[in-house]
Structures are given as C-alpha cells and as structure tokens.
Design a protein around this ligand. Structure first.
Ligand code: SF4
Length: 357
C-alpha cells in the first residue's frame, strides 16, 4: 500500500547557499544552514532531529512543520555475485517505488539513477516501460539514490549514469539541477556523468542550451539509444520512435555535437535474431558514418514479460567486428548482475504485483 503524500518540505536537493538562505529566512544564523548541509550531504543524515548541533526548540519546530530531509526507505536489496547492488526504494513524498543500481569495480563505483517513477516510453524490451509513468522525480529523490548506494556499499560513488527508470529528457530541468548538485555537493565532475535518452523530439538543442547557460558547460556524456539501424525496426522496438524519425534524431545529434563539442555515445541493445544480424551491423555502420561518436553494444538482459533473448558471444563478436571494420569505435558493455531479477524495472514490477507492504 502506498503512503499518503507527505505535506512537509524536503531539504535534500537544496545546496549550501540555498540552505543558508533558508535558515536565515527561518530566523536562524546562516551557519545553521551549513550545519544542515553537512548533516545531509557529508554524514548522510536521515532525520532532522539527529542534528544535535541545532537548538532543540528549532528542531522541534521543524518537526512540527513537517520539515524533513526527504530520504527514502529501502524496501528491498538485491546483490549479484559480482557485487552489483540493486535497491528498491520507497519515496518519502508519496510512497512511489523506484530502483537504483550500484556497480562497483576496483577503481569505480557507478550509480545508475532513475529520473522518473515508471516510464512512458514503453520500449518493448524493458520491464519499466510495461507499467507506464507514475511521475517524474525531484532533484532530492535522485540524489537520495546516490546517497542510498553510498551507504549500502560504504563507498563514495565516482560515476553517475542516468540510465535507470524513466526518460531523463522528459525531466530535463530536474536532471540538470541534479548534475549541478552532483558536481557541487558530491564532488563528481561532469565528465563522470552520463545522461541517456531514447530520443524526445526537439529536446537535444534545449539540453545543449540549458547545459551551457545554467551549468556553464556541457561536459557530461550524452548517450543516445538507437537499438535499431532503421526506422521500421526502431518503431517496432521503441513505439515512441514513431514521432521522431531516426534521420531527424541523428540530425539533432550532429547539431548537439557541433554546439557542445562533445562526442555522443550511441547505445545499441543486442537482441538475438531481431537486430543482431550482419546486415543490421552494416546498415548501422552506414547510419553513423562520419559521426563523432562511440557505439556501446549492450547484450540484452532478459525479462520475464518478453521472449527476446541475448545473442551468443559469437554473434555479438561478429556484430562488433563489422562495425570496427567500418571504422566505428565500439565497446561491449559487460553484463553485471545478470539474471531476470536484475534487469531494469524487475524488482519494482515484482513488488507491485505482490503489493508493497
Ligand atoms: S528503456 Fe528506458 S526509455 Fe525505454 S521504457 Fe525502459 S526506462 Fe523507458
């Protein structure tokens, strides 16, 4: 059962200056705002009552006014043999469930964050898309995912990818505000942040301008999910692609590269016998020829609701070699936490079928 909406103000998502101003507006000295900032971002505090440095009467007043940090509750935790961790979180605001993933390696901890609860894009191979969109997340709710993985693994995240639930460009203002906070409040440089999109008409120019104007630069990586080398197959896999022809998407990508001077990373999920034949690779190579880009091949992680399968290693390798022969820079994403419960949206889907307690 979902919680009723929390009426109070959540402080997570406000930066140091904003918290200082907020404290002053509440009749306190600015340094009280810095104490709250330190509690939220450095100590990972979950409860305003825990900030013993604040005067007791003020803490009581904040509690009465339902001012809270805005941390979520962990409902479920799934840890794969390779250390990949997936959390199912319940938001403090209204009890929506969202997933976040931590991917640790020797030198990195990448957090894959959700930007929306659910997703309206309905990609056929994705469990999240099956349930539609509930709502977009706030900056605080996205940052909460980063804090939750930091706590779960007791390690500072080094890289952030907006590749969890939701289409980031449908929540573009909040996503860019979060990028700003990740650099200012978590010390994660823009170059270690990736924003992934399946493509929303007319938004790539907006993304470039907003990033340049608000953040001063657009140094994060933009990852564009192609998943097919032609419009017909793309529409079959991504229904929302019917309003955004592949040619137009690629033209917008070229403009984005010219405006930001940043290379684009293309994503291509490999589905056995669907889009992984040699002629698909040839057509894909032709599409992105002369592009300042990189192709990231993603072997499919099966979900229970669909019959798509992951190609064999030899088929994946054949696809890669064709692209490389055509001069395209290619990498194959290593499978992490590979089982049916670990694909995007699976924990949440199962939880909603069982009913959130
Ligand atoms: S793959 Fe991404 S864009 Fe497509 S439905 Fe899933 S979450 Fe949404």
């Amino acid at each position: 059962m979902k919680k009723g909406p929390s009426q109070g103000l959540a402080l997570l998502g406000m930066g140091q200056l904003a918290l200082e101003s907020w404290a002053v507006a509440h009749g306190q000295a600015a340094f009280r705002g810095r104490q709250i900032y330190d509690w939220i971002y450095s100590k990972g505090g979950r409860d305003i009552n825990g900030i013993s440095a604040l005067p007791r009467y003020w803490r009581q007043k904040l509690s009465q006014d339902a001012i809270n940090i805005g941390r979520s509750e962990e409902l479920q935790r799934y840890i794969a043999a390779d250390g990949t961790i997936k959390l199912l979180l319940r938001t403090s605001r209204d009890g929506e469930t969202i997933e976040t993933v931590g991917i640790p390696t020797t030198h990195r901890l990448t957090v894959c964050v959700s930007s929306q609860a659910g997703c309206p894009m309905a990609c056929r191979f994705c469990a999240t898309g099956k349930g539609g969109l509930q709502r977009s997340l706030s900056t605080g709710e996205i940052l909460d995912q980063v804090l939750s993985i930091r706590e779960a693994l007791n390690r500072r995240p080094s890289h952030i990818v907006f590749m969890g639930m939701g289409e980031p460009l449908l929540n573009i203002e909040v996503v860019l505000e979060t990028v700003q906070s990740l650099t200012d409040d978590f010390g994660i440089s823009q170059r270690r942040i990736t924003i992934s999109t399946v493509g929303i008409p007319k938004t790539l120019p907006i993304l470039a301008e907003l990033a340049l104007n608000r953040l001063g630069r657009a140094q994060f990586t933009l990852a564009v999910s192609l998943h097919a080398p032609n419009q017909k197959l793309r529409e079959a896999l991504i229904p929302s692609a019917c309003i955004y022809p592949l040619n137009e998407l690629l033209d917008d990508c070229r403009r984005y590269v010219r405006r930001t001077s940043r290379r684009i990373s293309f994503e291509y999920i490999l589905l056995e016998y669907v889009n992984d034949e040699p002629f698909h690779a040839e057509e894909l190579a032709e599409r992105v020829r002369g592009f300042q880009s990189h192709m990231n091949l993603i072997p499919y992680n099966p979900i229970t609701e669909e019959t798509f399968q992951c190609p064999s290693i030899s088929r994946i390798d054949r696809f890669r070699k064709i692209l490389e022969r055509r001069g395209i820079s290619v990498s194959i994403r290593a499978s992490r936490g590979l089982d049916k419960n670990a694909a995007c949206g699976q924990l949440r889907h199962r939880q909603s079928e069982e009913g959130v307690k």
